[in-house]
Ligand binder design. Structure first.
Ligand code: TYD
Ligand code: MG
Length: 463
């Protein structure tokens, strides 16, 4: 038997990308069961894959010499301006040349739409949109639906990286979009598209391309329903930026988050609305997320939250009812269920509300998931309001984190929250007394009420 005919295979965990030389039932690194799949990884080392785009004649990657940190020039490449404030802010001010961006999200959430919209709106930039999922006609139909026209956007329906790089060499695009990384394959590896080794190898090729030609590359990656990034997870350490598109497909709002960014902060968030003609930016989320009611309703409280640098007033809703069955139910949309259980335990233990025998349902308006702990106080007030069946006045809003002892803890950037509440016409905001320090009360016309315990808030609103 000749040595060259031997096929080399390795087992990969499809969840986290760990490798093993033989099959194992439970993954040692992520703990998942039955995730190991055998993949063929025999490489063709004769042809270097760098030849297509490397300036280096013999196909080897450029070799670098070390340099003193102090001598490194600070001349930054200017970022590519992004049309659309939301994406620009989430990216940290624009697209960095030569950056590799992974754009993840569940199927059908609107990733292709957002990327096509970006490609079409970058009018002064030659963009290559590579699709391994849809035909040119389908993309054209989508572009017509979105309604932007441009003559600098090229469409390529292709799944093989070698062919993609050939087209890139021909067109010389200034931005490349890959839709999606799970459909792309390289001929240097024999496993099927979407498998861990393929995804990783293809991404490595695009990474090399991005860094050597200074061209930014956006790669779309699908996330499975359970939220695990099968495939894309193994790419997170490779790429410069990880963007995530989330939201409830039954709602029209979509959140764009950045979970990793080598060129900016990761706590910025963008909001989009999915319409019949594409994604529209939501620049005034507070005005949309609060329902105007003629009569105050119990179980509703408004939270003054902050995502990144952006203050947002959000409606929290609670429904407390006697448990129909033995075990009370707790259900929550847009809020962490374990945190809800903790907050209910605080109410029970510190304030004496017997919620242990009640069903509690929580809903954050608009299907939006909030990560800011400043929403706690509003949520608890909504629960209490529903429990007592007393409405909270519509002109009142809340901002505070609740601790295990029932104390109201301070939140960051309180001034921004207060001024947003004032801008939207609220008359009173309840905050933590620790937040009073450094807050210039006189500059606001809104009444600022400070409380240090959850019981105080209760008597403030319900008595
Ligand atoms: P898509 O971008 O294909 O999602 P992904 O690439 O993340 O899988 O978007 C799919 C959904 O968006 C689809 O269900 C239809 C809807 N949609 C609109 O509501 N309006 C539009 O203008 C477009 C283009 C799509
Ligand atoms: Mg798509």
């Amino acid at each position: 038997m000749s040595v060259t005919s031997k096929v080399k295979t390795t087992f990969f965990c499809q969840n986290c990308g760990a490798q093993a030389s033989k099959w194992v039932g439970k993954c040692g690194s992520c703990g998942e069961w039955n995730t190991y799949v055998e993949e063929i990884i025999q490489k063709d080392t004769k042809n270097s894959r760098l030849q297509v785009f490397s300036s280096n004649k013999n196909g080897n990657a450029k070799s670098n010499t070390s340099i003193l940190l102090n001598e490194v020039g600070t001349a930054e490449y200017p970022r590519i301006a992004v049309p659309g404030k939301e994406l620009a802010r989430v990216l940290g001010g624009g697209i960095v040349p030569g950056s590799l961006v992974l754009f993840g999200g569940e199927p059908g959430i609107g990733k292709s739409t957002l990327m096509l919209q970006l490609a079409l709106r970058l009018k002064n930039l030659k963009v290559l949109y590579v699709s391994g999922e849809e035909s040119e006609q389908q993309i054209k139909m989508r572009a017509d639906r979105i309604g932007y026209t441009t003559n600098t956007c090229f469409i390529l329906q292709e799944t093989n990286t070698q062919n993609i790089f050939q087209q890139i060499a021909q067109i010389q695009p200034q931005l490349v979009v890959i839709d999606s990384i799970q459909t792309i394959h390289t001929s240097y590896i024999e496993s099927s598209p979407g498998s861990v080794s393929q995804v990783r190898e293809c991404a490595a090729e695009f990474l090399r391309f991005a860094k050597e030609t200074n061209t930014p590359v956006f790669m779309i990656g699908h996330i499975t329903k359970e939220g695990s990034l099968a495939g894309p997870k193994v790419l997170e350490h490779m790429v410069d930026t990880v963007l995530q598109f989330e939201g409830d497909r039954n709602h029209i709002y979509r959140l764009l988050r950045c979970t990793k960014n080598r060129f900016g902060s990761t706590n910025e968030m963008g909001i989009y609305e999915m319409n019949g003609d594409g994604l529209r930016e939501v620049l005034n989320p507070s005005e949309i997320l609060i329902t105007d009611r003629d009569v105050p309703t119990s179980g509703v409280a408004i939270a003054a939250t902050l995502e990144g640098n952006r203050p947002m007033l959000i409606e929290t809703q609670a429904l407390v009812s006697s448990a129909a069955y033995g075990t009370p139910q707790r259900s929550s949309t847009g809020f962490d269920l374990r945190r809800l259980s903790m907050l209910l335990a605080v109410l029970e233990k510190r304030c004496g509300f017997k919620l242990g025998i009640k069903d509690v349902f929580i809903n954050i308006a608009g299907g939006i998931r909030v990560e800011d702990p400043g929403i706690d106080l509003a949520l608890l007030c909504a629960v209490l309001s529903s429990n007592e069946d007393i409405p909270i006045p519509q002109s009142v809003c809340f901002s505070g984190e609740v601790g295990l002892t029932g104390e109201i803890r301070p939140v960051n950037k309180i001034e921004q929250r207060v001024s947003e509440a004032e801008k939207l016409g609220f008359k009173k905001i309840i905050i933590s007394s620790h937040n009073l320090k450094g807050l210039h009360k006189k500059t606001f016309t809104i009444e600022i009420v400070a409380a240090s315990k959850i019981e105080e808030v209760f008597s403030l609103i319900f008595s």
